[in-house]
Design a protein around this ligand. Structure first.
Ligand code: PEP
Ligand code: MN
Length: 456
């Protein structure tokens, strides 16, 4: 059938268009003081070339379908909020380094391929619990991420600026370009693990365990190549996919495209957009937007999504039960997962659905210290993850991945871990504007723990 006709049929079945979300209630959207400037920025954005291609998006969907079937494991990680100021070669390379290192540890533990998805190249917009905040007695609009406004505590900085949408898109493109060039140029070559050593890691409590594991991987690779008499084609290359929370609907819509030879619509600003827990209403604008795109999509679930609501959302977002389409990223908190997760897993199984389950052990474990730092404790993060594996296994389901806020930098934002960081250490290198991330050592330690769990 002619592609145009097929498209028309799909469109009428769905009653959906890239802007149909605008007829629904859209939470967490900034209020711009100057709408014509916003319209100009969005028009410009919709004419720029995409950041990713539909081929890549489709390839990721296939990989996620394999993860749902237990054939591979997903590592999704990166900053809570990327900052424009961190769009630098060193920061990007460090982020890749820790993700590569963690993924190798996981490959060893899971004895399966690992799919790497960065929270990067577009993770610039943040939902907030309040529209305004009090800064030293002055009421200011909340900081909503560099895509929207700036964090400095002045009215000018906090006023949403539509041109930041373009600056964010450009930085996402710069980030992705550098990642692609590094990977293509051999940065992620398994024969050269020294490329991804981070400077301060030599004295890490995990250094020895990690380096032993690395040696065993490179030894196996050389062994394979000796047998084959040639480089192990493909298996020595590491790929990355991108993801971000699809929050600013004008921005997402501007990059929603039809492509030649395919019938659907693709959000080509990222491979894997997800819906955050605050924008999950079944009749809301975010769900309306997400239901119509053909990307694989993630959805955060937790206390806010009781089983009947979850099933309703799944019917809306994945009516055709397409393999790889839907990933449920659960985030309960170490104390709540034991009661909260089983009803969701049971409901999904009883509905005869197969999805990819990923555990986000970060967002249910956030708290504030007495001195006002937002933090998370490594022990609680580990506990939630460990419980998640056990709960899925007990219910005949399986955990197919982890979703972590982390950085390759040596920050002090989360307490605990092998170095025993405590609340009084946090001020030393606390950088995040939004949520606390695991630092390099804590991330690697968590990967080693998950690998042990996968091996068990
Ligand atoms: C996030 O992933 O940074 C986030 C805001 O998560 P959630 O929607 O689960 O609160
Ligand atoms: Mn976060």
């Amino acid at each position: 059938m002619h592609v145009e006709m097929e498209r028309a049929m799909v469109a009428s079945r769905r009653q959906w268009a890239p802007d149909s979300w605008s007829g629904h209630s859209a939470l967490q959207q900034p209020e711009y003081p100057n709408l014509p400037v916003l319209q100009r920025a969005l028009a410009e954005l919709s004419n720029l070339p995409p950041l990713v291609t539909s081929w890549e998006v489709v390839a990721l969907k296939e990989q996620l379908a394999r993860a749902a079937a237990g054939q591979c494991f997903v590592l999704q990680g990166g900053d809570c909020a990327e900052r424009f100021a961190d769009c630098s070669s060193q920061r990007i390379a460090n982020q890749l380094k820790i993700l590569i290192q963690m993924s190798l540890v996981l490959v060893q533990g899971a004895r399966k391929p690992v799919v790497r998805i960065g929270r990067f190249a577009g993770q610039y917009a943040k939902p907030r619990s309040a529209d305004y905040e009090d800064v030293q007695g002055v009421r200011l609009p909340s900081y909503r991420g560099d895509l929207i406004n700036r964090p400095e505590p002045t009215l000018e900085a906090r006023t949403p600026d539509p041109n930041l949408l373009l600056r964010g898109y450009e930085r996402a493109a710069l980030t992705l370009n550098f990642i692609r060039a590094l990977v293509k140029g051999g940065f992620a070559d398994l024969h050269h693990p020294e490329y991804w050593d981070l400077d301060w890691t030599k004295h890490s409590p995990q250094a020895e365990e990690y380096h032993n594991l690395l040696r065993s991987i490179t030894d196996s690779l050389r062994f394979m190549e000796n047998i084959l008499g040639a480089p192990a084609g493909g298996s020595d290359r590491i790929d990355f996919y991108t993801s971000h929370e699809a929050l600013h609907l004008g921005y997402e819509q501007a990059q929603t495209r039809q492509v030649p030879h395919r019938t659907g619509w693709y959000n080509l600003s990222t491979h894997f957009p997800w819906i955050g827990i605050r924008t999950i209403a079944p009749d809301g604008a975010h769900v309306e937007y997400m239901r119509g795109i053909d990307n694989p999509i993630g959805m955060k679930v937790g206390q806010a999504t009781p089983p009947d609501m979850l099933l309703k959302l799944m019917d809306i977002l994945d009516p055709d039960r397409e393999p790889g389409r839907l990933t449920l990223i659960h985030r309960f908190g170490a104390e709540k997962i034991a009661a909260g997760l089983p009803p969701l897993v049971e409901a999904v199984t009883a509905a005869g659905r197969r999805v990819l389950w990923i555990c986000d052990p970060m967002h249910g474990n956030t708290k504030s210290t007495s001195s006002g730092y937002k933090t998370r404790d490594f022990g609680e993060i580990e506990s939630e993850l460990s419980q998640a594996f056990d709960i899925h296994a007990r219910l005949g389901s399986h955990l197919g991945g982890v979703h972590i806020e982390l950085t390759g930098e040596n920050v002090t934002e989360c307490t605990g871990g092998a170095r025993g960081l405590n609340e009084h250490d946090l001020h030393r290198a606390y950088e995040t504007e939004v949520d606390p991330r695991l630092n390099y050592e804590q991330s690697l330690e968590l990967a080693l723990l998950v690998a042990n769990k996968l091996r068990a």
